[in-house]
Design a protein around this ligand. Structure first.
Ligand code: MLT
Ligand code: MN
Ligand code: ZN
Length: 288
């Protein structure tokens, strides 16, 4: 199995265009940039599945040699898109794929419904390409091309702001990919609200877990805006759980622009190494 991190920042990227916080200022000065969170996964190195589609997707695709079409063809190695949420930072890039001949999109029924109503991007892009909607039932594995299996597990019912009055549902999921032979597993959970027993089961036997790295600390956004209230378990709160679940390699992704770990030389990263964890970077390739 191969995994390519296309972007590793939360919504807005890092630095964020309108932000002058300490991390954004330092990132601008150092020329550091992280694009918005999504990744690509393949079981055989030939058929690839995007997991989330960020607003930066075109730039991310052009920077990724595995995702280029073969010379003389218009056949993309991108076979489909799996969504872990219906948030704008995870779905806006779908519009970038409108030139595709057809597109397979995998998500929970709740997410598909949002992408046909509150933010009807699936309806819109359906006029440009043939979009095939696959409804993933949480906990039920689905076979993909290239010997991959994908399973979603619901992590929280935190809805996107545009879906303000929508009923609770299967809004935010963890995504587990298993290789056909069942020997390799990768879990991606950019929206982990809390570490639960169910989540511990999801990561059981995984080689690598890409974890919610939105905030370093619970109070990072200031008074009255705790990380947990935004559906994100802060890294410092997650570290004891990682220590209690040795085995996988942990990589934090979906970093908010305020998170000091956006910067490659952040001293706060030393605590991560102690629990077999690190911060993912744009373009990082994993071969499991
Ligand atoms: C999140 O990850 O919490 C959302 O994407 C927030 C947002 O971008 O509005
Ligand atoms: Mn987000
Ligand atoms: Zn900032």
């Amino acid at each position: 199995m191969k995994v390519r991190f296309l972007g590793t920042a939360a919504g807005g990227g890092a630095p964020q265009w309108n932000c002058g916080c300490a991390t954004c200022v330092r990132a601008r000065r150092a020329g550091v940039s992280r694009t918005q969170d999504c990744l690509a996964v393949s079981g055989d190195g030939e058929s690839w599945y995007l997991t989330n589609a960020s607003p930066d997707l075109r730039t991310q695709l052009l920077a990724t040699p595995e995702l280029a079409p073969a010379a003389g063809s218009r056949e993309s190695p991108v076979r489909g898109v799996v969504f872990t949420s219906a948030e704008l930072d995870h779905t806006l890039g779908l519009l970038t794929l409108r030139e595709a001949g057809s597109l397979d999109v995998y998500a929970t029924a709740t997410v598909h419904k949002a992408l046909r109503s509150g933010f009807p991007i699936e309806t819109t892009i359906g006029s440009y390409t043939q979009l095939r909607e696959h409804h993933l039932a949480p906990g039920t594995p689905v076979e993909l091309e290239g010997g991959l299996r994908v399973t979603l597990t619901v992590l929280s019912s935190k809805r996107p702001r545009y879906a303000g009055t929508a009923p609770s549902g299967e809004w935010v999921s963890a995504c587990r990919f298993d290789s056909g032979s069942g020997t390799r597993a990768f879990v991606y959970a950019p929206g982990l609200a809390a570490w639960t027993d169910e989540f511990a089961t999801v990561i059981d036997g995984a080689d690598v877990v890409a974890l919610d790295g939105t905030f370093l600390t619970e109070e990072e956004m200031g008074p009255g805006r705790p990380a947990s209230g935004m559906g994100h378990l802060a890294i410092t709160e997650a570290l004891p759980f990682l220590a209690g679940h040795p085995g996988p390699r942990y990589l934090f992704t979906h970093l908010n622009n305020t998170n000091p770990l956006v910067l490659p030389d952040a001293h706060e990263a030393s605590a991560l190494a102690e629990v077999n964890a690190a911060v993912a970077f744009d373009g990082q390739l994993l071969e499991l």
